[in-house]
Write a protein that binds this ligand. Structure first.
Ligand code: 9UX
Length: 72
């Protein structure tokens, strides 16, 4: 099973922020694709829910230094 969710993220203000969030998500096992929209403050993540949970996705973003404020 493959799912996609879009996380609403607070605190990304530059291109480097965007790359940090992308890298943090991409290094998780089970994450297939990550697309961060800096202007919108959103990260679209394609993942295998058998390998990684939404909580783990959120935690990775928080550990990179940004707040997840919701699911779009
Ligand atoms: Mo540049 Mo993004 O300092 O926090 S990495 S704004």
């Amino acid at each position: 099973v493959i799912r996609q969710i879009t996380l609403k993220i607070e605190g990304m203000t530059c291109e480097h922020c965007k790359r940090s969030v992308e890298a943090a998500l991409q290094k998780l096992g089970g994450v297939k694709e990550v697309a961060v929209d800096l202007a919108a403050g959103e990260a679209a993540v394609t993942y295998n829910p058998g390998q990684v949970t939404v909580e783990e996705l959120k935690k990775a973003v928080r550990q990179a230094g940004y707040d997840v404020i919701g699911i779009v």
